[in-house]
Design a binder for this molecule. Sequence first.
Ligand SMILES: CC(C)(COP(=O)(O)OP(=O)(O)OC[C@H]1O[C@@H](n2cnc3c(N)ncnc32)[C@H](O)[C@@H]1OP(=O)(O)O)[C@@H](O)C(=O)NCCC(=O)NCCS
Length: 265
Amino acid sequence: MTSSLTLEEVQRTAESVSSLQWPGGPSSIGKPLPFRVRVVRTNEQLEKAISLRAEAYGRHVPELATVLDKPEEIDRSDKAIIFLAESKEDGSPVGTLRMQTNLHGPLSLEQSVVLPQRFQNRPLAGVTRLAVKEGRAGKQVKLVLFKTLFRYCFATQIEWIIIGARPPLDSEYRKIGFEDVFDDQRLVPFVTAEHIPHRVLAFDVLGAERKWFATNHRLYKFMAYDYHPDIEVFASISGMWSRPRRMRRSDSELSVPANLGIPLV
Ligand SMILES: CC(C)(COP(=O)(O)OP(=O)(O)OC[C@H]1O[C@@H](n2cnc3c(N)ncnc32)[C@H](O)[C@@H]1OP(=O)(O)O)[C@@H](O)C(=O)NCCC(=O)NCCS
């Protein structure tokens, strides 16, 4: 059995995500989703992300499930950001991924691989711990998480997204625009994934829109034109200050330290 998606299926998935409705009624602008994507900022959210990681990796990579059923050091550090998609219906976690930039130190995956010259001294994001709910819903969440990642990286001036993908998953990433970092497509054992061999892939953040447009890529409308209000990773930038001052909590009551060290989103 194979569940690799054809390009047509990827497009259909994107379209079904675009047309999904949720119980609260339609938004005035944009395409509502049955889940919200946010940056993890509380222990409760982190626990949800961890439980989903353990469940998803348990399905596919049981040797990693026991490592991933608890937070890793980097999860709580200022080097990483975790995106979490939560069901609007019951708040349960339906997708997550972790991204780390190299702006303040090497990526975790650089413990396993020396990246070629073209990536040296360039702003990079490494992505790990992608996990989604099983089945069709999970595929929809995966696409939305990728859009979130792409838009976040674009906004924060990241040039390349780098991932390690275990075959056969590498072909899924190629369909959305990732390319091999190494021409010989070598498999690299990842220290951070129990030395399981991974293919190293890169995504050109700045060039993506241009390439999707030039190739009439089936995801172009979804990635570039559809507005998804439930991708809320920048929500607090306006939300915090648009509330009347008297309704804001004082700084001392904020649960997030002012020197968090990551963009306050
Ligand atoms: C990776 C993931 C997000 C893809 O979700 P999806 O698009 O819904 O795809 P599926 O879960 O149906 O997986 C697609 C195929 O890849 C396989 N696969 C999934 N994760 C795999 C893994 N880590 N290693 C090897 N094969 C894997 C599936 O068994 C399936 O194979 P099949 O076509 O023979 O049935 C999801 O499988 C997941 O959460 N996996 C667990 C965590 C993980 O592996 N993360 C990525 C590491 S690179």
